[in-house]
Design a protein around this ligand. Structure first.
Ligand code: AMP
Ligand code: TRP
Length: 333
């Protein structure tokens, strides 16, 4: 059965190995299936829920598009565009925000994490962020949404919003409830410096993540400095929960090589971390270096990137503006 895929990535800089293994790698596989209709969005409206420097934002929008293409998404087959170019997203988000309940949004853990201690100072946009995300998905009648583990709660909310809209406006099945596509394993890559924290764009330490624009030497250096424990490499998966650094590095190894965690454990059972790290570095470089080089090449051609985003926006607009007309009709406008 053909699938309608929608996903988004924020253009907030420092796209990293976690974004790649948790989401973008999956986008590429979905792009490659002939029957799938895929839409991949650079969610710039989401990016401004925290303060962005305008010049940096512009650069990061192009860099996110370049990362999609460099990773293997074919702009001739899939739609690549940036959210702010299609006005239906903001319009739909407003309508859906009148359907969504404050109680639902109050449960969102990402807002709690991002807003930190001083919630009063967070933007209203950061709070209603998941409603905009629901609008993104529902405008395209997406059947499947590939994301990392941290977006699961937002997708559940999206389903609730769709159902409430359909109920409130007596339009059964009108907004399609999407299925999340979250990889069973390795959907949460942790920081190289602290395996209790997610690998993140905003971590002040660059050593905590492998950026998709890192070169060979930077990757090798970061893996060398990655935190480990003093024991030899583990011999079975049951003890991994007590050895989070080993678990994270082995997960990265397994995800990059497309092999099971068990197989990776057997491969390095009892060896030193240094030997494992050498191999890990090698396979990450093999995967990431070509992507990094291609991103840098594409970034030199701003006109090409802008033309991809413009073409993508036109195609996206054709789909989204049709849906928003139907939505407005149901609401009574
Ligand atoms: P963001 O950078 O927040 O826009 O995230 C883009 C995509 O990458 C989303 O699908 C996230 O779930 C995914 N992602 C972000 N960080 C990680 C991570 N550390 N591990 C796995 N997936 C991640
Ligand atoms: N909130 C997602 C993230 O931070 C990005 C996003 C925005 C998204 N709109 C989306 C993901 C729609 C999937 C579908 O990772």
């Amino acid at each position: 059965m053909s699938k309608k895929i929608f996903s988004g990535v924020q253009p907030t800089g420092n796209l990293h190995l976690g974004n790649y293994l948790g989401a973008i790698k999956n986008f590429v596989e979905l792009n490659n299936k002939i029957d799938n209709e895929c839409v991949f969005c650079v969610v710039d409206l989401h990016a401004i829920t925290t303060k962005q420097e305008p010049k940096e934002l512009k650069k990061n929008i192009r860099e996110t598009a370049a990362t999609f293409i460099a990773s293997g998404i074919d702009p001739k087959k899939s739609i690549i565009f940036n959210q702010s170019m299609v006005s239906a997203h903001a319009e739909c988000a407003w309508i859906l925000s009148c359907v969504s309940r404050i109680g639902w949004l109050n449960r969102m853990t990402q807002f709690k994490e991002k807003a930190g201690k001083d919630k009063e100072k967070a933007s209203i946009g950061l709070y209603s962020y998941p409603v905009l995300m629901a609008a993104d998905i529902l405008l395209y009648d997406a059947t499947h949404v590939p994301v990392g583990d941290d977006q699961k709660q937002h997708l559940e909310l999206c389903r609730d919003i769709a159902q409430k809209f359909n109920n409130d406006f007596n339009a059964p099945e009108f907004l399609r409830t999407p299925e999340p596509l979250i990889q069973k394993e390795f959907s949460r890559i942790m920081s190289l410096k602290d395996a209790q924290k997610k690998m993140s764009k905003s971590d002040p330490s660059d050593l905590s993540r492998i950026n998709l624009t890192d070169d060979k030497d930077q990757i090798a250096n970061k893996i060398k400095k990655a935190k480990t424990d003093p024991l030899p490499m583990p011999s079975e998966s049951s003890i991994l929960s007590k050895r989070p650094e080993a678990e994270n590095l082995l997960s990265i190894y397994s995800s990059v090589t497309n092999q099971s965690l068990e197989k990776s454990i057997n491969e390095f059972n009892g060896k030193n971390f240094s030997e494992f790290k050498e191999k890990l570095s090698e396979i990450i470089i093999e995967k990431i270096e070509p992507i990094s080089k291609e991103i840098k090449r594409l970034l030199k051609d701003e006109r090409y990137l802008d033309s991809i985003l413009l073409e993508g926006s036109k195609k996206a607009d054709r789909i989204a503006s049709k849906k928003i007309i139907e939505i407005k009709e149901l609401v009574g406008f």
